[in-house]
Design a protein around this ligand. Structure first.
Ligand code: SF4
Ligand code: SF4
Length: 485
């Protein structure tokens, strides 16, 4: 297949050797699971259980909280000990509503929905429904509810389902291992998703620095004429769905548009595997593969982790910390977020836990901008990071937004390459948060204004009707009394 060049990008140190040969092993069930209601983008899930309830493995604990949301299920059987607030796996560490489940050691399954014997003759809507009910979200880290993305096929003409096996962040190997160990499950899940989307073609993109994954996926796909496996250049951020889409189709996703507007929907390899489990066996999403790595971890590993397990349990299973880490990261080192502590749970979007040493974080005091232009050359989105940062420093967020702030995919390439160690992506993440908050506030005010205006219009209409009725009555009275008008 012909590939198309992608602008910019960087080549951060690979650092995947620590775990690339570590087969996925299941993490033993911990003594407590902490399941936040907000494990996805969108509205938080709503609990359907209460303290003291006994639940079985796979049982619904919290239902979907809105159109863009995902339910949460019990990773094992046990007792709901509390519905309380605990620190979130987020840099703020702010507490968030969480279901605490105490496993009973029986691992007893609930009655699951019947497996779909032949998903390819099933109604696509039934598959989308099954994916929604299984609580599947994008497992590449974005945690966007997968069924919402599969619904795009009902609104737009989708030609290609693109399966993202690029895994371009240093250290992370969870997708690499899943592709090497479960290629048939991933190809099956991808074909099922393509059917649900109405997409005639499946392309599985794997960075060409993963030869075994490429070979395994190619072998698994060879029986299916509409499934193609392609090696894409190892170039960060190839795992960004816009850039992977560009490498495959040659088309750039316009600002404020989705790849779906180009007829391409992108899902991660882990998501495809979860869809296989949901459709073929009725299993909801209750565990995921997590890479535990970094120079401060004694024995890095790839683990199949029950959702809700505390990060400290993963680190313990990997032999603990061999030295004090400089930073604990949730995700990869480029786009991941620092964790406030090890006492936060693994959630659906947790693809990696990294304990990085001082040398690995390479944090140096930032100096002044020397206007070298390197950040401009490497930005994969064609932005001008140096100018955007200058506006943000002066609090001119609107000016930064005008030159493309909201198109920044937060890949961190500019910060990585900056010779003055200016934390550019931190500026952009902060500014995007502010712009989004202002937008939300503006929308809220617009809604309130529209409601007030509608109420005033209703009142005026009622008053007018009253005036007209009174005038009619007066005219009738006059007519009935026989007096001249
Ligand atoms: S890479 Fe750093 S020093 Fe060079 S122009 Fe960009 S912000 Fe300035
Ligand atoms: S400006 Fe945004 S998209 Fe461009 S390199 Fe920096 S973080 Fe990446």
């Amino acid at each position: 297949m012909k590939l198309f060049p992608v602008r910019g990008g960087v080549h951060p140190e690979y650092r995947k050797e620590q775990t690339s040969e570590c087969a996925i092993v299941p993490l033993p069930m911990p003594e407590a699971l902490f399941l936040p209601l907000q494990q996805h983008i969108g509205a938080p899930a709503e609990p359907v259980v209460s303290e003291g309830d006994r639940v079985r493995k796979g049982q619904l604990l919290a239902r979907t909280g809105g159109a863009v949301s995902a339910p949460t299920h019990a990773p094992t059987s046990g007792i709901v000990k509390a519905i309380t607030e605990i620190p979130a796996p987020h840099p703020s560490g702010l507490p968030q509503p969480t279901i605490v489940l105490e496993p009973d050691g029986k691992d007893e399954w609930v009655d699951l929905p019947a497996p779909m014997a032949d998903p390819f003759t099933a109604d696509p809507a039934a598959i989308r429904q099954r994916v929604a009910e299984a609580g599947i979200v994008g497992l590449g880290g974005a945690a966007f509810p997968s069924a919402v993305k599969l619904n795009l096929g009902t609104q737009l003409k989708i030609e290609t389902l693109l399966i993202n096996g690029a895994e371009c962040e240093p250290y992370l190997t969870c997708d690499d291992r899943a592709m090497r160990e479960y290629p048939d499950q991933i190809v099956d899940g991808a074909r099922i998703m393509a059917h649900a989307l109405g997409a005639p073609r499946v392309v599985i993109g794997v960075e060409d620095n993963k030869p075994q994954a490429l070979a395994a996926m190619t072998e698994a796909a060879k029986a299916f004429a509409n499934v193609e496996v392609v090696g894409v250049p190892a170039q960060y951020p190839m795992g960004s769905e816009r850039h992977l889409c560009q490498a495959i189709t040659g088309e750039e996703t316009p600002a404020k548009k989705l790849t779906a507007d180009l007829g391409v929907v992108v899902h991660n390899v882990g998501t495809a595997r979860a869809v296989h489990h949901a459709v073929r066996f009725g299993r909801p999403l209750i565990s995921r593969v997590v890479t535990v790595s970094g120079g401060a971890v004694a024995a890095p590993k790839n683990l199949e982790v029950p959702l809700g397990t505390l990060v400290s349990k993963l680190v313990e299973f990997c032999g603990g910390l061999s030295r004090p880490p400089r930073r604990i990261v949730n995700g990869g080192p480029m786009m991941g977020q620092p964790l406030p502590s090890l006492e936060v749970p693994v959630v659906k979007g947790t693809c990696g836990i990294l304990a990085l040493t001082e040398a690995e974080t390479n944090e140096k005091p930032s100096g002044p901008c020397i206007r070298c232009g390197t950040c401009v050359t490497i930005c994969p989105c064609g932005l001008v990071p140096v100018e955007m940062a200058a506006y943000i420093r002066k609090d001119h967020l609107e000016a930064a937004a005008k030159i493309g702030l909201m198109d920044c995919v937060s890949c961190g390439s500019c910060s990585y390459i900056c010779p003055s160690h200016i934390p550019l992506v931190h500026y952009f993440n902060y500014a995007k948060g502010m712009v989004n908050a202002e937008d939300r506030e503006r929308r809220k005010q617009d809604t309130v204004k529209a409601l007030v205006e509608a109420k005033a219009a209703r009142q005026e209409k009622a008053a007018q009707a009253k005036r007209e009725a009174a005038a009619r009555k007066a005219a009738e009275k006059q007519q009935n009394s026989g007096a001249p008008a």
